[in-house]
Design a protein around this ligand. Structure first.
Ligand code: TXA
Ligand code: MG
Length: 317
């Protein structure tokens, strides 16, 4: 099917070669699909921004498959290494101080003194990075401000003609992007709520974890832009089941009646996160309805990430 490739050994090698040659490869991760290029190839990195229509002030996350790669381009300390050993591979991105001798990373980092790094928990992603032999810079594989992709087909729907290959690894297990933490400060600050909950971070570190609400005009993470992750239809959140209008595609959560789709009938937030973007796309694509309404989502665990995404998706400019 077009440029979607099954995740066979041969195709992974082909994809790694494509990365080495300066091409773009979309690949699955534990969170969402990424649009990848060789971190050290500024031209390839520039083509990521062009393909997404993303402003170049929005820095990218580098994906690595080996903790030892960290010290190549970032300053680390015992806190960083300890968190990496505990949470990687997994849905957690670190923002670290960059080593300033690598001019090739200027575009990846949008000229900032910091770099974002993660190790995805997906065998295809890890094999691809290892075979390519370089870290892979990758934002989510969607057009800027659109809904993030959680299947290979979602990537093809938005970017088919812009990417050399789409590696198919099935539906992403977590379904919302990584939690991004700033590790350049004495206290850990969450820059973007995501697939690893604040509670899990607090339990492990024994520290209070802060949440940055950022400056929406000067986002340090574009996840902080007021409008983001947006379907092409108006979306209303915190919608009570009794308030749904006939023209609204109702996405429920928990024990509610009358929904077209339910993120998790049992009220499980992990299940809801995994379904979120695919269900928003279904609402967007269903021509019988001209807007989307969504049930309230509790504000704990992965609910923070879900509420963050749907608040931005429903923001009226
Ligand atoms: O789950 C994920 O994190 C996915 C998968 C593909 O890894 N990636 C992802 O990338 O969500 P993207 O580009 O859609 O979001 C990356 C976020 C942006 O909000 C960006 O501003 C932030 O990471 N970021 C990147 N570098 C940064 C830096 N040096 N300082 C602060 N934030 C940074
Ligand atoms: Mg994104």
């Amino acid at each position: 099917m077009g440029n979607i490739y099954q995740g066979t050994q041969t195709n992974i090698e082909l994809a790694a070669q494509t990365i080495k040659n300066g091409g773009l490869v979309a690949f699955p991760t534990d969170t969402v699909y990424g649009l990848g290029a060789n971190v050290y190839n500024a031209k390839a990195v520039a083509s990521i921004f062009a393909a997404k229509g993303r402003p170049s002030f929005d820095p990218l996350i580098s994906h690595i498959a080996d903790i030892n790669f960290l010290s190549e381009y970032a300053h680390t300390d015992s806190r960083v290494i300890d968190l990496a050993k505990h949470f990687w591979p997994g849905p957690l991105t670190f923002v670290l101080k960059r080593k300033d001798n690598l001019a090739s990373l200027d575009l990846v980092c949008s000229g900032l003194p910091n770099i974002a790094v993660r190790m995805p928990n997906h065998p295809l992603a890890l094999q691809l990075i290892k075979s390519a032999g370089v870290p892979i810079a990758a934002p989510s594989a969607n057009k800027f401000k659109c809904i993030s992709p959680t299947t290979a087909q979602h990537v093809a729907d938005g970017l088919a003609d812009k990417v050399d290959m789409i590696l198919d690894g099935g539906a992403c297990k977590i379904g919302v992007e990584t939690t991004i933490i700033d590790l350049t400060t004495p206290h850990i600050i969450i820059l973007r709520a995501g697939g690893l909950s604040k509670e899990e971070l607090e339990n492990y570190t024994g520290e209070k974890i802060y949440i940055s609400h950022g400056d929406s005009n000067q986002p340090s993470a574009p996840g902080q832009l007021l409008k983001h992750y947006a379907p092409r239809k108006p979306m209303r959140i915190n919608a009570d089941a009794s308030s749904i209008m006939p023209h609204e595609f109702f996405i429920g959560f928990g024990n509610v009646q009358g929904s077209q789709l339910n993120l998790s009938p049992s009220g499980n937030l992990e299940e809801a996160a995994a379904n979120l973007f695919a269900y928003m796309r279904e609402g967007e694509n269903n021509s019988q309805y001209n807007s989307i309404a969504m049930s309230p989502i509790p504000e704990h665990g992965l609910g923070l990430a879900i509420n963050d995404r749907i608040r931005r998706a429903s923001y009226q400019e």
